[in-house]
Write a protein that binds this ligand. Structure first.
Ligand code: SF4
Ligand code: SF4
Length: 438
C-alpha cells in the first residue's frame, strides 16, 4: 500500500528522533510510570535503545515495549531530554508500531470504529439527559462553508458533552468577557485520538485534519480548548494533521514559520484576561478548596492556581498529590497507578479539611464526581466556582445521577428531557445504564 502523508509524517519524525536520541536513558529514569511497569529496574540505556529499535522495525529487547505500553503521557520526560527529543512523542510512535505488530490492520480499524461508535452513543445519551436538543444541535453543528470570521474558536472536544454544566459555564464566561467566538465540538469535530490510540493513525489523522479545516474556516486568530487531549494533539502534533514537512526537533512544532494555528487552553485565555475576569466577580465564594491537578498540558497547573486565587472569598490550599500520574484521569489506565493517585489525592484533601475538591478537566470530573458521596467535601469543577463568583450556577446532573446509582430514578426525573431528544427511555434503558454507570 502506498504511504500516506500521515505515514510519511511519522516516518520523517522517527528518522529525526533516531538521529537525535543518544539512548542516554534520562527520560526513562524520570518517568513516574516505570515503577508500575515490567521494565522496572532495567538498564535505562538498554530500554531506550530498545524503543529506538521498535521505531525502526528492528529486532528489539522486550524492555522498550514494556515501558512504551505504560506511558500515560504525563510529559515529565520532556524536560529531562538533553537532546530536545520529545520522549512522549517518541513513545507514542513506539506504541503505534507495537499495536500494528500485534494486530492486523482490519482488527485495528474495526477496534477504532467500534470504540468511536460506542463513545458517540454515550456522549449523546449523557447530553440528552441534561441538554435541550436545540442547544445540543447548535453546539455540535459543523458549519463548514456557512462559517463566518471570528476572533476565536472555542473547541470544546467531544467528551465535555457528558458534563454539560462545565461546557455551558465556559460559554457563559466567554460571553461575559465579550469574546468574539464560535463553538466547535462534538464527535463531528474529533481530533482523531480515539482511532490513533487504538493504532489506526490513518483514520485518526484524517479525522483530525478535517476538524482542523473546520476550525480554519472561521479564520480565527486562535483556538481555545478545554480538553487536555485536544490541546496536546493540536499543539504537539498539528503537523501530523497538516501533513506539512517538519522541523529540526521537538517542541518546535509550535513555531516553524508555517501556517500553524495557535491552540491555547482555556486556563491560559482566562489568565490573559484576569483583570476582566476579576471585574465580573460579584459574589464571595467562602470555601476552603484544593485542586486536583495533572501535569502534561503546558501551563495549566499554574494557570488554574492564578485564576482561583483571584476569586473573592476563596481560601486556596495546596495539597500533596501525584500530579505526575497521567495527564488526566480516564487515560490513566494502570490500575495500581490510578489507585495510588486517588488515595493520595483524597487523603490529602481530607487532611486539609477542604470544603470542596476542585477538578480542572471535565474528564477527571466525570470519573471522580460521584465519590463525593463517600467524602466530607464536595467535588466541583473550577468553572462552577467561577460561575458562583459571577452569580450563576448550572446544575451538575452528571454527579447527581451518578450518585443515585438508580437508573429508574434517573429515567423518572429525566424522562421528558430524553423524549424531547427523541430517546424513548424505557427502550434505551440498558444503553442509558451503560452510559451512566459503565
Ligand atoms: S510522558 Fe510521562 S509516562 Fe510517558 S514516558 Fe514520559 S514521563 Fe513517562
Ligand atoms: S529521548 Fe532524550 S532523554 Fe530519552 S534516551 Fe533519547 S536522548 Fe536520552
Amino acid at each position: 500500500m502506498e504511504a500516506t502523508a500521515y505515514q510519511n509524517f511519522m516516518d520523517e519524525r522517527i528518522a529525526q528522533i533516531t538521529e537525535a536520541c543518544t539512548h542516554c536513558g534520562k527520560c526513562y529514569e524520570v518517568c513516574p510510570m516505570v515503577p508500575y511497569s515490567g521494565a522496572k529496574g532495567a538498564e535505562p540505556e538498554r530500554v531506550t535503545k530498545s524503543v529506538i529499535d521498535i521505531l525502526n522495525d528492528r529486532p528489539h529487547e522486550p524492555e522498550g515495549a514494556l515501558w512504551a505500553k505504560v506511558c500515560q503521557k504525563s510529559g515529565i520526560c520532556i524536560e529531562a531530554c538533553p537532546e530536545d527529543v520529545n520522549p512522549r512523542e517518541m513513545l507514542s510512535y513506539a506504541k503505534l508500531k507495537l499495536q500494528n505488530i500485534e494486530s492486523g490492520e482490519t482488527d485495528i480499524q474495526e477496534a477504532g470504529r467500534a470504540y468511536f461508535q460506542d463513545l458517540s452513543r454515550k456522549i449523546r445519551f449523557m447530553a440528552a439527559l441534561q441538554l435541550e436538543p436545540e442547544l445540543f444541535r447548535n453546539l455540535t453543528a459543523v458549519r463548514g462553508s456557512e462559517a463566518s470570521k471570528v476572533d476565536a474558536v472555542f473547541y470544546f472536544g467531544c467528551n465535555i458533552l457528558q458534563t454539560p454544566h462545565i461546557l455551558i459555564s465556559c460559554i457563559d464566561v466567554f460571553d461575559r468577557l465579550g469574546l468574539d467566538y464560535e463553538v466547535a465540538g462534538g464527535v463531528g469535530h474529533c481530533c482523531g485520538i480515539n482511532h490513533i490510540r487504538r493504532g489506526d493513525l490513518e483514520s485518526g489523522a484524517a479525522m483530525g485534519a478535517r476538524s482542523l479545516a473546520h476550525f480554519k474556516s472561521y479564520e480565527p486568530e486562535r483556538v481555545i480548548t478545554f480538553c487536555p487531549t485536544c490541546q496536546m494533539q493540536y499543539s504537539e502534533y498539528q503537523h501530523l494533521y497538516t501533513g506539512k514537512p517538519i522541523l529540526p526537533m521537538a517542541g518546535d512544532s509550535k513555531s516553524n514559520g508555517e501556517d500553524i494555528l495557535p491552540f491555547v487552553h482555556i486556563t491560559q485565555y482566562l489568565v490573559e484576561n484576569l483583570e476582566s475576569l476579576r471585574g465580573e466577580f460579584t459574589q464571595k465564594v467562602e470555601k476552603r478548596v484544593a485542586v486536583h491537578l495533572h501535569g502534561g498540558t503546558d501551563g495549566v497547573e499554574g494557570n488554574v492556581m492564578k485564576i482561583l486565587k483571584a476569586v473573592p472569598g476563596l481560601e486556596f490550599v495546596e495539597i500533596e498529590q501525584l500530579s505526575d500520574h497521567g495527564y488526566q484521569c480516564p487515560t490513566l489506565l494502570i490500575p495500581e497507578a490510578k489507585a495510588a493517585m486517588r488515595e493520595k489525592l483524597f487523603d490529602s484533601a481530607r487532611r486539609a479539611r477542604v470544603d470542596s475538591l476542585l477538578t480542572v478537566y471535565h474528564s477527571c470530573h466525570r470519573e471522580l464526581c460521584d465519590l463525593e458521596k463517600l467524602e466530607p467535601f464536595a467535588i466541583e469543577n473550577f468553572m462552577t466556582i467561577l460561575g458562583q463568583a459571577m452569580g450563576f450556577e448550572y446544575p451538575d446532573y452528571t454527579k447527581t445521577y451518578k450518585i443515585y446509582e438508580d437508573i429508574d430514578r434517573v429515567i423518572h426525573e429525566a424522562g421528558d428531557t430524553l423524549r424531547a431528544f427523541g430517546i424513548e427511555p424505557e427502550k434505551m434503558r440498558e444503553q442509558l445504564q451503560t452510559a451512566l454507570y459503565g
